[in-house]
Design a protein. Structure first.
Length: 208
C-alpha cells in the first residue's frame, strides 16, 4: 500500500512538472507547502507546545575611545603674522591707511631711482624687471596719468615714470618733441576723419 502511494505521488509530480507554464516552479511551491504542513502536524501531535525563543546572550562591550584626529595647521607664516598684528592692533580694520592707492609719483619713485646711472643698480635688482611691479604701475598710470601711460608704446615701462622724478640727463630722453606731438595730433585727426567718412558711407548705403 505504501509503495503504491509512493508510486502515485511520483507520477503526480511528473505530471505537474510537465504542465505548462512553469510546471517545475509550481511543483517546488507545492512541495514547500506540504513540508510546512508536515511540521504543523507534528506540532499538533506533540500537544501544541509553546514556542520559546532562547534569550540572546549579552556581550560585554567596553566603551570605545575615539581616536584623536591629527591637528592641521591652518594658514602659513604670513597669515599667522597678520593674525598676530590684528590682536596687537584692534583698530587695524578701521584704519583709513589700511587700503590706499598710492600716487603715481610715490609708486614710480623706486624705478626712477634705479634709472639714475649713478645708482649703479644691477639688472637683476632693477625694478623694470619686476613684472608684478610693472603691471601694477601700468594699472595706476592708466587711471591717474594718461599722458605718462601713452609713453609706454614708445619708451617701454621706463617711459611711464613721471618726468619730474627723473634726473635732468635722463629726463631729456623721455620728453616728447613738439614736432612729434604735432605729428601724432595730425595722425589722430586723419584717423578720425577716415572713420567719419566710413560712417557716412555706411549711412548713405543704408538709406538708399
Amino acid at each position: 500500500m505504501k509503495q503504491e502511494i509512493k508510486s502515485c505521488e511520483e507520477q503526480v509530480k511528473r505530471i505537474l512538472e510537465r504542465t505548462p507554464p512553469k510546471g517545475r516552479d509550481f511543483l517546488q511551491k507545492i512541495e514547500h507547502v506540504l513540508e510546512r504542513e508536515k511540521n504543523w502536524v507534528w506540532w499538533k501531535r506533540d500537544g501544541c507546545p509553546p514556542f520559546e525563543k532562547q534569550p540572546v546572550e549579552k556581550k560585554i562591550v567596553q566603551d570605545g575611545r575615539k581616536k584623536r584626529k591629527p591637528r592641521w595647521r591652518l594658514g602659513n607664516k604670513e597669515l599667522s603674522q597678520l593674525w598676530k598684528w590684528a590682536d596687537q592692533n584692534p583698530n587695524a580694520l578701521t584704519d583709513p591707511q589700511r587700503v590706499r592707492t598710492p600716487s603715481i609719483t610715490e609708486y614710480w619713485k623706486p624705478l626712477a631711482e634705479d634709472m639714475d646711472p649713478s645708482a649703479g643698480i644691477e639688472a637683476e635688482y632693477h625694478h623694470r624687471n619686476n613684472r608684478v611691479f610693472c603691471w601694477k604701475g601700468l594699472r595706476f598710470s592708466a587711471r591717474q596719468d594718461l599722458e605718462g601711460f601713452s609713453r609706454f608704446m614708445d619708451h617701454g615701462i621706463e617711459g611711464v615714470v613721471p618726468l619730474e622724478l627723473l634726473p635732468p640727463d635722463v629726463r631729456s630722453k623721455y620728453q616728447a618733441n613738439p614736432n612729434d606731438k604735432s605729428k601724432r595730433a595730425k595722425k589722430e585727426e586723419a584717423k578720425g576723419g577716415l572713420h567719419q567718412v566710413e560712417e557716412n558711407q555706411v549711412f548713405a548705403m543704408s538709406t538708399s
